[in-house]
Design a binder for this molecule. Structure first.
Ligand SMILES: Nc1ncnc2c1ncn2[C@@H]1O[C@H](COP(=O)(O)OP(=O)(O)OP(=O)(O)O)[C@@H](O)[C@H]1O
Length: 545
């Protein structure tokens, strides 16, 4: 159906009408609009793939998009990208899988396509979690680059990642580990771990975690992750879970602590292969060099708890990156690379809950960036070209989110990187916020307000005097209000990622994380050096600076 008059109501009406007929795909220029059916629709499988390949079917479909990417890659000899965007639960990951399915079917033959498809259950187990909006929500961004030979056959792939219930693998491991593994890892029931107890949500309707665990281990076999490495991976997953149960005993009246020697600490040190003393050193003490002298400072209960949680996050993040590296090794194109590829970008979608944290802030920022890319290519650049060529053209109005990005990049980025790290920066941050929130005419015309342009909705409530100023921050992203509470922000943005010390600790005890390298350096150290070279402190927010 062609719309003769383009307006928002007519577009929405048509999308809804088509949706009611199970026509979930609609074309809007070069863009495919997919409306999530939330049910099985008879639109996929070999018959459909054949029909789109032979062009006997031409209604809008992900297959048609993948097909034109493949054709244009071959005819123009130019790499192609498929960018999938939408809010959380919109169906991006499913769409990416459908596109991969089509490409695997048309470019398959060597068997590598099966390996590529099997990366999905592994990455979803370790990188997805149930949220209020989506039972299988990606908590990481993924760019999968599928490489083709000159004859159009898939010859390898490469995955890049960018960063309720927790990750599926925790529940899958507890539900599906065979008895020997369960005993070796000292696994408990999911509702007995502090980290998992926070949500009280242990299962997903219609999902059998034990069965999923078997599917994940089978997929790991297919991408050549050895049995020994699989055991190490699960030991790390168990160690992360048990870390949450490590408790501390207060040893003096200044609230300094040591770890309590009990089952949790013993299990963590056994699984990580270190002594209880080493674990205590990492979690309850800070090592500094002052005037060339090594100083050991004892941590308070709050500091030690934050350090413990930061270690758990750092371990899990490293483990995830290690998995991606293993998968890439297995799918590696190596010398067979011809330079032609189709990339599929699937990132975590916009989300906003009643209580949001630093994670939602970062996710929504990534989506604003992607939206800007979309705006640039679909509207800005296209229209600029028309104007340059002197084409008589009625300008299409669109909502440019550049102001919102400025807010993130010019105000928030410096805010986060400098947040709480030095008094000078504190002052700057405070100034920013005062300027943004002030209603006085002078403040409205301040350079900072001009940077933020018409993005007025940013409101920051400073309910406590500086420096505990950020009680609650509210900013408006494209879809929703985003509320970050001060405690969440502090915990996430300022989580002390003491990489240097972990580096020593992990190198000594966890060869699994050091078996892989980037830039000639073990992965974990690579990250440390990169952060060390930056002008920012080693905090979670520094990564975004
Ligand atoms: N084409 C489809 N057919 C049937 N169900 C679908 C389809 N697309 C999505 N769904 C359903 O919607 C759910 C959410 O989709 P998906 O996980 O792809 O969302 P997402 O946009 O990637 O979300 P997030 O940003 O949170 O990762 C799926 O688990 C599935 O139940």
């Amino acid at each position: 159906m062609q719309l003769s008059y383009l307006s928002e109501p007519s577009v929405l009406y048509n999308l809804q009408y088509r949706y009611s007929q199970d026509m979930i795909y609609t074309k809007a220029g070069p863009v495919l609009v997919a409306v999530n059916p939330f049910k099985k629709v008879a639109l996929y499988g070999n018959e459909y793939i054949k029909a789109y390949r032979n062009k006997t079917m031409d209604s809008p479909h992900v297959y048609a998009i993948a097909d034109s990417a493949l054709r244009e890659m071959k005819s123009d000899e130019v790499n192609q990208s498929i960018i999938i965007s939408g809010e959380s639960g919109a169906g991006k990951t499913e769409t990416a899988k459908i596109a991969m399915q089509y490409l695997a079917s048309l470019g398959g033959g060597s068997g590598i396509e099966y390996e590529i498809l099997q990366t999905n259950p592994i990455l979803e187990a370790f990188g997805n979690a149930k949220t209020l909006r989506n039972d299988n929500s990606s908590r990481f961004g993924k760019l999968i680059e599928i490489h083709f030979s000159t004859t159009g056959r898939i010859c390898g792939a490469m995955i890049q990642t960018f960063g309720e219930r927790s990750y599926h693998i925790f529940y899958q491991l507890c539900a599906g580990a065979p008895t020997t593994l369960r005993e070796k890892l000292n696994l408990k029931k999911v509702d007995e771990y502090k980290y998992l107890k926070q949500s009280c949500c242990y299962s997903i309707a219609g999902v059998d975690d034990a069965e999923m665990f078997r599917a994940v281990t089978e997929a790991m076999n297919i991408v050549h992750i050895s049995k020994e490495d699989q055991d190490n991976v699960f030991a790390m997953v168990s160690a992360v879970l048990w870390l949450g149960d490590v408790s501390f005993t207060i040893i003096d009246n200044e609230n300094h602590v040591e770890i309590t020697v009990e089952e949790a600490a013993e299990t963590v040190s056994r699984l990580l292969g270190c002594s209880i003393e080493d674990l205590n050193l990492v979690l309850s003490k800070r090592h500094m060099k002052v005037n060339n002298e090594n100083i050991v400072q004892k941590l308070t209960l709050t500091q030690a708890t934050d350090t413990r949680d930061a270690l758990a996050k750092a371990l899990y993040a490293s483990l995830f990156e290690w998995l991606v590296e293993q998968i890439n090794k297995s799918l590696s194109v190596g010398k067979r690379r011809t330079g032609r590829s189709i990339s599929i970008l699937d990132i975590y979608g916009f989300e906003s809950f009643d209580k949001n944290s630093f994670e939602q802030f970062c996710i929504n920022y990534a989506n604003e960036r992607l939206q800007q890319h979309f705006n640039r290519h679909l509207f800005k650049l296209e229209q600029e070209e028309y104007v340059e060529d002197g084409i008589d053209w009625a300008k299409v109005e669109f909502e440019d989110n550049q102001d919102c990005l400025n807010l993130f990049e010019k105000v928030w980025a410096c805010t986060f990187s400098s947040l709480l790290s030095s008094s000078r920066n504190h002052k700057y941050v405070s100034l920013c916020w005062n300027a943004l929130n002030s209603t006085s005419p002078g403040a409205r015309s301040s350079p900072l307000r001009r940077v933020c342009g018409r993005v007025r909705p940013l409101r920051v409530f400073c309910t406590q005097p500086f420096p505990t100023f950020l009680q609650e921050a509210v900013s408006r992203t494209r879809t929703h209000d985003l509320i970050v509470t001060r405690r969440q922000l502090y915990r996430c943005a300022k989580a002390p990622l003491r990489f240097k010390f972990y580096q020593y600790f992990l190198k000594k005890h966890m060869p699994i994380l050091f078996g892989i390298s980037r830039g000639g350096m073990p992965l974990f150290c690579w990250k440390v050096v990169n952060l060390q070279n930056s002008k920012y402190k080693f905090t979670a927010s520094a990564i975004f600076a």
